[in-house]
Design a protein around this ligand. Sequence first.
Ligand code: ADP
Length: 598
Amino acid sequence: MDQQEYLLRRSEIVSQGVEENPSAILVVGPGGRILLASDGAGVLFGMARAEMVGRQLEAFMVSAPGRNDLWKPDSCESGVVHNLEIRNSQGELIPVEAQCFSFSTRSISLGGEDQEDQEDQSHWMVMMTDTRLREHEDELRAARLAKLSLLNQVSDALHGADLTLDQILQAVLICMTAGQGLRFNRAFLLLIDHKQEILQGEIAIGPSNADEASRIWMDLAEQPGDLLQMMTCYDRSIKQTDVAVNEIVRHMTVPLSDENNLLVQVMHERGTKRLTAEMTWPGAETLRFWLGCSEFAVAPLVTRQGPLGVIVADNAISRTPITDLDLEFLLIFANQSAAAIENSRLYHELEQRLQDLGKAHQKQKEDQESLMRMERLSVMGETSAIVAHELRNPLVAIGGFARTLMRSLNTEDPNREYARIITEEVSRMEGIIHDLLDFIRPRKQTRKMLVLDELVAGTMGRFQGELDQKGLSLNYCLQAGSVEVSCNPGEIQQVLQNFLVNAMQMLLPGGGIEVRTSQLEGGVKVEVLDNGPGFAEDVADKLFSPFFSTKATGSGLGLTISAQIIKAHGGVPGARNRDSGGANFFFILPLPKREDGE
Ligand code: ADP
């Protein structure tokens, strides 16, 4: 390549470098004529770059005192930045920063014979920047910084504090909508319900109309910068107003099987989606119907363990478009929130497991203790049986001799009274030993089907003479009818007798006893009621315990044996004081299960 060819090629490269540059660059020749314009200059001046070539640069400049001559050869200060205004092809005024560099044509001279002619001619390269764009960029940077700082606070607040799931969900929504937050008007949170296999709307935040919105936003204009303070502030202002949005969120349900649905798709694809009014998508129309708004953004709540749900946000009140920056932060924020939600769930699951473990440990301890107690009782039972047997024979002998002695002494002899006391005490001891042996005795499992009312009437009837003697009345109210129960009749009679004898012992002449039977679902109830003094409420849970007695001569085993019998029949014993005064001792026996399944 000869030198001329080389220079030509170089000139072409330089021209192309200028023309295809996205920055606004102009090469201006002598007299201010535009010789070259870049693509960026075309955009700034609002015309094709070729159209600009040949025009006077001054024609685009807005005249300002002291600036008109800027483009004149002698007055251009090379490298100095000037703030100017240009008028583009649509007549719009644009503030620009302009920087000029002058150079001599000699440096791009093609050489040869005409070199002399071009030597002195000065040219300028002018570079311009639309300062509005820079302001916009500054604003974006500031917004980005503010949001980043908020995200930092959110992350601290959500991950550090021991918040419940509900509190976390609420905090997430507050950050979505608060002035210092992501600044959406409304936010809706949907979580996966694994049991029902649906995405279910959980909680929402936001005003329901413009009036409400302006009130809240004015309220919150002076919000404190700190997130936690902001949460309380926001909470107060918005608590009564988010009823409408929470009504909406309750209707939001999407089956997970509907994989094409916008919400399900966003959740699985793990990216945000912004739907503008003209965009269609499966499920979008239903969502628009729920929201009452055509433009909205959706972000997934996903952790490493899998998807949790989605956040839907809109600007239904202010109608402000959702920007790319909004989406960018929505995604970061959703990721933070998902992690916090997962953490809180895991934390509370762990807490629950610890509690369960604690309960299991406690139960094991109790079981162990009761096993030890039962072992002790069983040893005691065996010992008592031996002692009772051993005592019974000498007691019979003592009782017999005492009675003989009493009979042989005449009535004036003071020793006769002592002999009587011995006889009485011995028969009391015999009673205790009888009850004790009865209590310890293993029970036979022989059962018969019997009509309960007949069994009750027959047992009670035997005591009529004794009742009459004591001046006590006995009434029957037997309503179990022909219902049959499977029982050991001797044992049930013993229970009835215990209840009846106790009642008789509590009554003075004139007192009354009533025996009732009734049918319950799956069982029958037998009650022995008296109108005596009843029992003290604080001993209610001891009545059926062994050896509890308030009587001077009681063994405290009658009710214990009764409870043992009833429980062995699969029934439930009980006692309560009557409202009208007196006691009600009862038991419930289960009805036999029918084999035919009716
Ligand atoms: P004992 O009759 O030997 O005392 P029980 O086990 O039969 O033993 O009764 C335990 C206690 O229950 C009685 O001492 C008494 O305090 C209370 N009790 C039983 N029946 C009645 C009743 N009908 N009214 C009030 N208290 C009763």
